[in-house]
Write a protein that binds this ligand. Structure first.
Ligand SMILES: C[S@@+](CC[C@H](N)C(=O)[O-])C[C@H]1O[C@@H](n2cnc3c(N)ncnc32)[C@H](O)[C@@H]1O
Length: 462
């Protein structure tokens, strides 16, 4: 990588803000970035990976320092997620519990969503939203790999989402779009976007997003605000906005590493020292800021919330949701395939629905008025009287030990499969099987004779 060249305005700003500590900040920005990964506790035997697990990330469950590749079987089958170590702390600090209704408002590519899904343990709901359509596609793929069944992936504008879910969530993560100063060390090009005007622009956008987020949180619910920038305008000052304008209270989190929020940068707000700043000189990871809040009292009256709900009901009626018949014969086809595999105890086929020939178990029943990329667990597609299981189902079944599996014999076979080619098998099986490599299930295949036909999705092939 080329040498990091910081804008003069940036240097002057942090020289002033950090005074005697500035030189250690600038020196740390020239050091190597820290790399880490999280394991996926939703998968069977999830700690059986080929990586060195001797250096855990302090205070983050199932997280370790080290580098992984997007070609590794562990990545392909969702056993690991590569993440900046300091970016692991916001989801940890939110402290969600299985069964809660959680929103990740700015979710792509999904680092924090996958951590929230691990914490939810398949119970409750995660709505993972991303405003950019291309980034939302990537989010969907990462969530599919994780193998969870309780996630709604949406591609919505925050205000539209707020209309849909008034005071609905127990916990919300706002990992806000920001000026990205914390990215400078690992991506030198990120510097080119930086200016003080951009910092202020980001700060206004963050307030707009939070104005909508508050409408979706229950009274007493938790909000975790995070950025990957050091700028006080986007960090402590936004905390002051949340407390002074939106009715939040700053609270302590279980994260006790890194540095404290700086009172002088946040209008001397009570509790700002509970916020955490991850500086590169803290030697944990790249840049990150986090603060946790409780919503003391929703500013809308209960009447307003009821009014919201009524309007939503009317809209749904107006949209005249098309009911698609999922016939008994179709259900039997799906059940027949599922019967060949071990299913998690939480699996509940009674909720299965059909839409445009796709069979799925919804995480949210009514999704009218919002753009949905994936709702719950996609089981597969009905095609000409046949049922073809989905990639998400293969990843979900990877939560359990399975018997109907074809194990690929070597790296060359694995790469062939990822490329979309068929492979040979000696196993006396017929029809749909799970395909695994190094004991890790990552796809469906279909056996005919001694050949495993490739069902790894075209969009994922490499
Ligand atoms: C810091 S990134 C999120 C990283 C993600 N939480 C993770 O851990 O992988 C911020 C995201 O917010 C999205 N974004 C920008 N404006 C938004 C808005 N108004 N509402 C929701 N998301 C927005 C960006 O496209 C970007 O993907």
């Amino acid at each position: 990588m080329d040498k990091l060249v910081l804008p003069k305005e940036f240097i002057d700003k942090y020289q002033k803000l950090l005074a005697t500590k500035a030189s250690s900040f600038f020196t740390a920005l020239e050091a190597e970035p820290k790399k880490a990964f999280r394991l996926n506790p939703l998968k069977a035997n999830y700690q059986k990976v080929s990586y060195d697990l001797s250096e855990p990330v302090n205070g983050v469950e199932d997280a370790y320092y080290g580098e992984i590749s997007g070609r590794d079987i562990e990545w392909v089958n969702g056993y690991v997620y590569s993440q900046d170590p300091s970016a692991m702390y916001p989801a940890e600090a939110l402290g969600v519990k299985p069964g809660q209704k959680v929103l990740d408002l700015c979710a792509a590519p999904g680092g924090k969503s996958t951590a929230l899904l691990s914490a939810l343990k398949n119970e409750g709901l995660l709505v993972a939203n991303e405003i950019s359509a291309s980034r939302a596609k990537n989010l969907r793929e990462n969530i599919e790999r994780w193998g969870a069944s309780n996630c709604l992936v949406t591609n919505e504008d925050t205000s539209q989402l707020a209309k849909k879910f008034p005071h609905f969530f127990d916990a919300i993560l706002v990992d806000a779009p920001c000026s990205g100063e914390g990215m400078f060390r690992k991506n030198h090009d990120a510097v080119t976007y930086w200016s003080q005007e951009y910092v202020l622009e980001c700060s206004s956008r963050q307030k707009e997003i939070l104005n909508e987020a508050v409408k979706m949180l229950k009274t007493g619910g938790s909000l975790l605000y995070s950025t990957c920038t050091y700028a006080p305008e986007e960090d402590e000052k936004i905390c002051a906005y949340l407390v002074n304008k939106l009715g939040f209270k700053l609270v302590k989190t279980k994260v006790n590493v890194a540095s404290a929020g700086v009172p002088a940068w946040g209008e001397n707000l009570a509790g700002i020292e509970y916020a955490r700043r991850f500086w590169p000189q803290d030697e944990i990871g790249e840049g990150q800021f986090l603060a946790k809040f409780i919503l003391s009292k929703a500013s809308d009256t209960e009447e307003n919330i009821d009014d919201f709900k009524q309007k939503n009901k009317k809209r749904r009626k107006k949209a005249g949701k098309k009911v698609e018949i999922f016939t008994k014969a179709e259900k039997e086809l799906v059940k027949e395939l599922l019967a060949s595999f071990n299913l998690p105890v939480s699996f509940d086929f009674s909720k299965a629905a059909k839409s445009n020939d796709h069979v799925y178990i919804p995480a949210v029943e009514d999704t009218s008025q919002i753009k949905v990329l994936n709702n719950g667990l996609e089981l597969g597609i009905l095609k000409k009287g046949r049922f073809q299981p989905s990639q998400q189902l293969a990843q979900y079944l990877g939560q359990m030990q399975q018997e109907r599996v074809v194990e690929l014999q070597n790296q060359a076979e694995f790469e062939k499969y990822l490329h979309g080619e068929t492979v040979k098998t000696e196993k006396k099986l017929k029809g749909f099987v799970l395909v695994s490599y190094q004991g890790k299930i990552f796809s469906f295949g279909k056996v005919a004779g001694q050949v495993v036909k490739n069902f790894y999705p075209k969009g994922l092939r490499v």
